[in-house]
Design a protein around this ligand. Structure first.
Ligand code: FAD
Ligand code: SIN
Length: 546
């Protein structure tokens, strides 16, 4: 089997993977594998922006405190300190790499203008849980701008090979003589050629993003199926805090199709959540009203919808003037209009939807894992930063800071490329490009898994529902594993295998937590307990299941 060797393999082309690649390419050759087109990622859809201390009125201590408060007692303070302190210079580096953030006034994005290096000169947004305006954004298209600029730096880079439509399937791990377990590459499916390829390197970086697509209703694009988490678990790595799935309070309510995000920055500019009869309700739940942290707002909306039998609530932006609205939120404006809603006059129908995974693969403060040569960065990683609830706009920042740290560590510990692979796994010997599993079966299983997660593992949980979902998912796992082991490794089966594995891990984590905290609310354990103020870590080497 053909093998391609490089110094670094990066799986994923969101902010985490691209920032790592850009730094590592100064030192060696980098192969980037990505599932769809190069830009397709959660990053590409980020709206609100990147949180970082930017003005003299703000301080590191305030950003740290806001992050710890949102995290409901589970953030690792020393890692939060790394995040907040390393943020401003790395945001400036993004600007140097060509990212244009919005400044005050109009026309700020005109090409040819030198962007300011003083972060205080940017238009700073506000979101829930932040005590200051500290969010740099590119109108409501921040992620698209970040992807545009980073991809521009990487395309045609002499040290970088970019492979789109390449789905990583599993990690290659080995025990070299007298060494601990090492990662030496990945098996990947070239979707356009229907071929499995082997990529080898002494450093492999998983930057595969989030898990939103394990749920029926989500703000995440189709790539977010928890692939990195499932791959790392299969390779023997522990995962942490996966019960803390963040449901964004305001996704556009679309009873017949895909949803899209209505940024929290809209509430940051004063928009008010109302019931269908026009009553505002957030003040009954939290003194911070519509700008309370997301766990509080999503739970409140869920409670109001259930109490009144409503399918959604409304976001009232009518206090904004039209000129401000269309300039600040052009993308949201365009999307709403496509659905017949004309803001700021029309209230926007909204519901919560799965948005972000606070947990992931356990890493240290340099993005390293227990497997030598394997790093995990961005949303797939569990660094300890977010605790039980992520503060808005801290995710792009986390990806930026920890991909940099991982790059520093990986460049220091570069080793010669691994020797050619001697033994292939059984599924690869049996691989048949056409496969013999009907598409309808794969799609049925995906829909079943995603609706189980939505109905039984959503915002409000109960232990019996969690157990029921786990039993059903174990059955789906048996089914998909049998397809895979028989050599059916098409992209549908590969993705389903990861959706099912990641869903099981989310439920196992949820069952371990015998309390309610942050984003995890279980009706059988409604209180927050001091005795439960610890992370949930599942280790495949010792885990026997709930
Ligand atoms: P991603 O950007 O998701 O990139 C993952 C990459 O991995 C993709 O390229 C994908 O194709 C690839 N991939 C996945 N599996 C495989 C595989 N098996 N093989 C090959 N490639 C694979 N956070 C903020 O801080 N601020 C915001 O304003 C903000 N707004 C958001 C708005 C939306 C609608 C969404 C969905 C999220 C938002 N977030 C925001 C969260 C933030 O965007 C993500 O957490 C962050 O972008 C994750 O970056 P990443 O590089 O880790 O992953
Ligand atoms: C948003 O714009 O509301 C998303 C911000 C985030 O997820 O951090």
């Amino acid at each position: 089997m053909e093998e391609t060797t490089s110094d670094f393999i990066v799986v994923g082309s969101g902010i985490a993977g691209l920032c790592f690649a850009l730094e590592a390419a100064q030192k060696g050759t980098v192969t980037i594998l990505t599932k769809k087109e190069d830009f397709e990622s959660n990053t590409n859809y980020a709206q609100g922006g990147i949180a970082c201390v930017a003005t003299a009125e703000d301080s590191f201590e305030d950003h740290i405190r806001d992050t710890l408060v949102a995290g409901a007692g589970l953030c690792h303070e020393e890692v939060v300190r790394d995040l907040v302190r390393d943020g401003p210079p790395l945001v400036r580096q993004l600007i140097d790499w060509g990212v244009h953030f919005s400044t005050h006034g109009k026309g700020e994005d005109s090409p040819g203008q030198t962007p300011p290096t003083d972060l205080a000169l940017y238009d700073l947004g506000r979101e829930g849980g932040h005590s200051h305006r500290r969010i740099l954004h590119a109108k409501d298209l921040t992620g698209r701008e970040v992807e545009r600029a980073l991809l521009k730096c990487l395309r045609n880079h002499p040290n970088v090979t970019f492979l789109e439509h390449h789905v990583a399937i599993d990690l290659i791990t080995e025990y070299p003589i007298a060494s601990p377990k090492c990662c030496t590459g990945v098996f990947a499916l070239d979707v356009e050629d229907s071929r499995i390829k082997v990529f080898r390197a002494s450093v492999v970086v998983l930057a595969t993003g989030g898990t939103g697509r394990i749920y029926q209703h989500t703000t995440n694009p189709v790539i977010a199926t928890g692939d990195g988490i499932a791959m790392a678990w299969r390779a023997g790595l522990p995962v942490g805090n996966l019960e803390f799935i963040q449901f964004h309070p305001t996704a556009f309510y679309n009873p017949t199709g895909e949803t899209f995000l209505i940024s929290e920055a809209v509430r940051g500019e004063g928009a008010i959540l109302r019931r269908l009869n026009g009553d505002s309700f957030m003040e009954q739940y939290d003194s911070r009203g519509c700008l309370a942290p997301r766990d509080v707002v999503a739970l409140a909306i869920d409670a109001e919808m259930k109490k009144h039998g409503d399918s959604h609530v409304l976001l009232d932006c009518s206090h904004m003037n039209e000129e401000f609205w269309t300039d600040r939120f052009p993308w949201i404006n365009q999307q709403c209009r496509k659905h017949g809603v004309i803001p700021p006059g029309d209230p926007i129908p909204v519901v919560p939807a799965a948005h972000y995974s606070c947990g992931g693969v356990v890493t240290d403060r340099m993005g390293r894992t227990r497997i030598v040569g394997l790093y995990v960065v961005g949303e797939s990683a569990f660094t300890g930063v977010h605790g039980a609830n992520r503060l808005a706009s801290n995710s792009l920042l986390e990806a930026l800071v920890f991909s940099h740290r991982a790059a520093v560590s990986a460049m220091e510990s570069m080793a010669p490329p691994p020797t050619p692979l001697r033994k292939l796994p059984k599924w690869l010997d049996l691989f048949s490009p056409a496969g013999n599993v009907e598409g309808v079966r794969i799609e049925h299983c995906k829909t079943e898994a995603r609706s189980l997660m939505w109905d039984y593992v959503g915002i409000v949980r109960r232990t019996d529902r969690l157990r029921l979902a786990l039993q059903r998912l174990e059955l789906l796992k048996k089914e998909v594993d049998s397809y895979f082991e028989a050599g059916n490794a098409g992209d549908g089966v590969v993705e389903l295998r990861n959706i099912v594995q990641t869903s099981i891990l989310v439920i196992e984590c949820a069952l371990c937590r015998k309390e309610s905290r942050g984003l995890h609310y279980n009706l059988d354990f409604p209180k927050t307990l001091d005795a439960e103020a610890h992370d949930t870590i599942l280790d495949p080497l010792s885990w026997t299941g709930m």
